[in-house]
Design a binder for this molecule. Structure first.
Ligand SMILES: [Zn+2]
Length: 56
């Protein structure tokens, strides 16, 4: 990697850092037991997905 040829101003560093924040994770409720889940994944509590038991 090369060495930076010019110093970055505080403003330019902060402008770049404005995109570093972590977005809040999207959550859905299990249709079977109401547990909060990540979307498009089987329920970790009851194993249901799309109204069927998919995990034993
Ligand atoms: Zn569930």
């Amino acid at each position: 990697m090369g060495t930076p040829t010019q110093r970055r101003t505080k403003a330019s560093a902060r402008r770049r850092a404005s995109h570093f924040a972590i977005k809040k994770q999207a959550l859905v409720k299990c249709s079977n037991c109401g547990q909060a889940l990540l979307p498009h994944r089987a329920c970790s509590k009851c194993g249901y997905f799309k109204g069927k038991k998919t995990v034993k």
